[in-house]
Design a protein around this ligand. Structure first.
Ligand SMILES: Cc1cc2nc3c(=O)[nH]c(=O)nc-3n(C[C@H](O)[C@H](O)[C@H](O)COP(=O)(O)OP(=O)(O)OC[C@H]3O[C@@H](n4cnc5c(N)ncnc54)[C@H](O)[C@@H]3O)c2cc1C
Length: 485
């Protein structure tokens, strides 16, 4: 059946062409559904345009710069390196452009998706409007994502403040002095990258430590690393006021405890939380309920209107690209299922993530803080990277891996790895948790030598040692003694 674009009724209308929307649209079209995808800005959403991709491309240049500056640690005469911010930014855009075709309108049209460019708003629970065109569907998926929260700071409207939506494309020159507000993943990643490009970076974090969702020992390694890159890390600090100075710059008043200090800057980056993109959707017309994190959804990712689903950052849980992807796959399946009992619940028991600083900070499952707060009894196996041979030869000894197991067993409850490539290193533990394999099994698998991932075998060996009871040890000693007779 060849129905004209926009006419008749769709199986699914997807609002937002970020990861969640794209995966939903491609999945639905792939299964033979008639699907419309509406995007008001750039195809690919935050991850491709203003998030993961450009930030990781900048971080890649920053990492190389850092290694070149520290060549003497590998026996190479010190290099004089001159970062060229224009070319670094150009490379970042070129890498992004290489990935962009995957998310493009042309590709999605070739998959059979009807793509509409413009802002969607609900007219009723079964109708949306985009650029004057009325579209109807049996099901809707709201995948409108988030944007940088704008904190209430006196004078903020008078200075030029960058967010993730502007810094990658509108910052034309490397700022001599960069003030970063927010010590979460985005603030930490970009602070380190810009410090390595040669900016004098001040990072203002309201909380007592960076990466507040991670354990204190993980945050501590990262803080030391940022400081050694020259970032001035101000924790327990409040950005109270900013004032314009000169053409683009400004001065900030920062309160730390009882003291205030003045800090001049040439650019200000706001990375202090995220706000859901809900305003333009006219959700009242659809009867969809919201909460302060985004859309209220049940375990099946249905909103308060059961035929309207949500996926990705807009659900307010785990704001990561891989979680947008995960939720979108569930939504595709659930929409297809005719009855609720056939639908799948989103299971968040094994969710990994990573902050791509140097060293990276990666986690899955429970942290120690969370285990304590939830009253979960656990055993802890902690392995420093400086005991991993590969890390020693690579000058990558900062950090550790720690694995929490249910007390008295090897059931993995969670793991934190702070190390080079920690995001990749974490995956065997993610797989083990997903498949219900214990830490003993992780240790029993053969690990190639010398690899960073041996850190996990070592943690597993520490567990295995705890299984060697006094009685078994006595038995083994007796067997050895018998052999020597
Ligand atoms: C700087 C930065 C770095 C990041 N790095 C990582 C990382 O390394 N790893 C990781 O996993 N995650 C990372 N993230 C998070 C990741 O980008 C998000 O989790 C992901 O993009 C969420 O996808 P989404 O589809 O839910 O939303 P989005 O990607 O935000 O897409 C939503 C889309 O909906 C559109 N839209 C909104 N309202 C409407 C409307 N009314 N009509 C039509 N269209 C609309 C928007 O224009 C947007 O394109 C990073 C984020 C930032 C900001």
């Amino acid at each position: 059946m060849n129905t004209q674009k926009g006419s008749d009724i769709y199986n699914v209308i997807v609002i937002g062409a970020g990861t969640a929307g794209l995966v939903t649209a491609a999945g639905t079209a792939g299964l033979g559904g008639r699907v419309a995808l509406i995007e008001r800005n750039k195809m690919g959403g935050d991850c491709l345009n203003f998030g993961c991709v450009p930030s990781k491309a900048l971080i890649s240049s920053a990492r190389l710069l850092h290694a070149m500056r520290h060549g003497q640690e590998w026996g190479i005469a010190p290099q004089s390196v001159a970062p060229d911010f224009e070319r670094i930014s150009g490379r970042m855009r070129e890498r992004r452009a290489r990935i962009a075709p995957n998310d493009s309108q042309e590709r999605f049209e070739s998959l059979g998706v009807d793509v509409f460019r413009g802002e969607a708003r609900f007219l009723s629970p079964h109708e949306v409007e985009v650029e004057g065109t009325k579209l109807r569907a049996r099901h809707f998926v709201i995948a409108t994502g988030t944007h940088a929260a704008r904190p209430a700071i006196t004078g903020l409207d008078e200075v030029r403040a960058f967010t993730n939506e502007t810094i990658f494309d509108e910052l034309k020159e490397k700022p001599a002095r960069l003030l970063v507000l927010g010590g979460g993943p985005i603030g930490c990643e970009l602070s380190q990258a810009f410090a390595r490009f040669g900016s004098q970076v001040t990072l203002v974090q309201r909380g007592a430590r960076l990466l507040p969702k991670e354990d204190a020992d993980a945050a501590e390694v990262l803080t030391e690393s940022l400081k050694s890159d020259g970032v001035a890390v101000l924790t327990g600090a409040e950005l109270e006021r900013v004032q314009a100075r000169g053409v683009r710059g400004g001065a900030a008043t920062i309160r730390i405890g009882e003291e205030t200090r003045e800090q001049e800057f040439d650019a200000l980056l706001i990375a202090a939380g995220r706000t859901p993109n809900l305003d333009s959707l006219a959700l009242d017309a659809a009867g969809v309920r919201t909460n302060k994190r985004g859309l209220e959804v049940n375990d099946y990712l249905q909103t308060s209107q059961r035929h309207i689903y949500a996926a990705g950052d807009i659900t307010g849980r785990f704001l990561f690209t891989h979680m947008a992807d995960f939720q979108a796959r569930i939504v595709v399946r659930n929409i297809l299922m005719p009855f609720q009992f056939l639908r799948k619940r989103a299971d968040y028991s094994v969710v990994p993530w990573c902050t791509y600083t140097d060293p990276e900070v990666a986690r899955v499952g429970l942290s120690e803080d969370e285990a304590r707060k939830q009253g979960v009894e656990y055993d802890l196996y902690r392995q420093p990277m400086n005991e991993v041979d590969r890390a020693v030869v690579e000058n990558a000894t900062a950090g550790f891996a720690k694995v929490l197991t249910r007390k008295g067993t090897d059931k993995i409850l969670g793991a934190t790895i702070v190390a080079e490539h920690a995001g990749d290193l974490l995956q065997p533990l993610v797989l083990a948790m997903h498949a219900g394999l214990g830490l003993g099994k992780v240790a029993a698998a053969i690990h190639p030598y010398p690899t960073f991932v041996e850190v996990e075998r070592k943690a597993g060996d520490a567990y295995s040692k705890t299984r060697l009871t006094l009685r078994a040890k006595r038995l083994f000693s007796w067997l050895y003694e018998r052999q020597r007779r």
